[in-house]
Design a protein around this ligand. Structure first.
Ligand code: AHM
Ligand code: MG
Length: 342
């Protein structure tokens, strides 16, 4: 859909061509000679789910919806009511899309096949429906993260192997940030584009075309309170950041911290700790999709030794240490990890 946006007040005589998310998805599909439209349709349905989740997040303070749901997810974290709602909304949008044969979610112990009576859908979707859940109750940015893969099983119900693919096999990935405005950022491996939700027309409009991560930056983002639990290499890198006079920013919502890193440069990291050697963040639906976006935008994403996207997953809810952002900063980190944690 092409929208001509009439600017208010002083800009009354100016008309800007706004490119909506749906229009962008369709245009990108035209660049792929063998595209069938199925992935585009799936992405549009995720966009729709994002708008509904955004609406619910924005009224969280108004209705009795925020707060704990008195359950724990498979990783033992408290589950908030909005997490459950976002999870259910995404599943129902993906079920209705007809293009998705299975989902895996941070909020589900196991993957869920989706049956389609009229066609054999090609794609599986992995997501964290509402990441940064400890920030829900305090009106701080949270996000949805998603990764899309082509199934590698041939027929019938999808299998665990369809989900345990390397990050390099993703066909698309993205996130939705529920912040001071709602943004959807996605890639189909043809660059990274960001869209801001205009609530007055209910459309995601292209606001950040072709996002590029600056090669270096001056912001590091880590939970420094865990310093004494980090391996020597990560400690040495934090010391290096302080010696260089870098600024520290840590929101505690990975989507928001990585979004800032994509736009302004810097490094976001969550190393292993003495009690959790693989850290906290999940490979399949947190680290891989964000690593694909960061790499597609010219940055780097590593577990300290190798590319996040090259890791071979063995479990749905697997965790990994993660370091991502400006290439030069991740290179510095990797050098120190090699020197101190060999
Ligand atoms: P969640 O999936 O339970 O919300 O946890 C993931 C979040 C990330 O968004 C964030 O980077 C990290 O947990 C913060 O963890 P910590 O409070 O240990 O620093
Ligand atoms: Mg999460």
């Amino acid at each position: 859909m092409i929208i001509f946006y009439i600017c208010p007040a002083k800009d009354l005589n100016m008309q800007h061509k706004i490119i909506s998310l749906d229009e962008h998805i369709i245009q990108s599909q035209r660049n792929l000679p063998y595209a069938t439209g199925e992935l585009s349709s799936l992405l549009r349905d995720i966009g729709l789910a994002a708008k509904i989740v955004s609406r619910e997040v924005n009224k969280a303070g108004l209705v009795d919806i925020a707060g704990k749901a008195e359950t724990e997810n498979s990783s033992g974290d408290d589950v908030q009511k909005l997490d459950v709602l976002a999870n259910d909304l995404l599943i129902s949008c993906l079920r209705n899309s007809g293009e998705c044969c299975g989902i895996a979610s941070e909020e589900e112990d196991s993957y869920k096949p989706i049956k389609n009576s009229y066609k054999q859908a090609k794609y599986v979707v992995l997501f964290d429906p509402l990441d940064g859940s400890s920030n829900i109750d305090v009106n701080v940015s949270i996000g949805t993260i998603f990764a899309i893969y082509r199934r590698n099983s041939f027929q019938g119900d999808c299998t665990l192997d369809d989900f345990l693919q390397k990050g390099t096999d993703q066909v698309a990935a993205g996130y939705v940030l529920y912040g001071s405005s709602t943004m959807l950022v996605y890639t189909t491996k043809q660059g990274v584009n960001g869209f801001t939700l205009d609530p007055s027309i209910g459309e995601f409009c292209l606001s950040h075309p072709n996002i590029q991560v600056p090669k270096t930056g001056k912001v590091y983002s880590v939970n420094q309170a865990n310093y004494n639990k980090y391996p020597k290499g990560s400690q040495a890198y934090i010391n290096h950041c302080m010696e260089q006079g870098y600024t520290m920013r840590y929101i505690g919502s990975m989507v928001a911290d990585v979004h800032r890193t994509l736009i302004k440069g810097g490094i976001f990291f969550y190393p292993g700790t003495t009690n959790k050697p693989n850290g906290k963040l999940r490979l399949l639906y947190e680290c891989n999709p964000l690593a694909l976006l960061v790499e597609e935008a010219g940055g780097k994403a590593s577990n300290g030794q190798e590319r996040i996207l090259e890791l071979s997953p063995t479990e749905l809810h697997q965790r990994t240490p993660v370091f991502m952002g400006s290439e030069e900063m991740v290179n510095d980190l990797e050098r120190l990890v090699k020197e101190f944690d060999a």
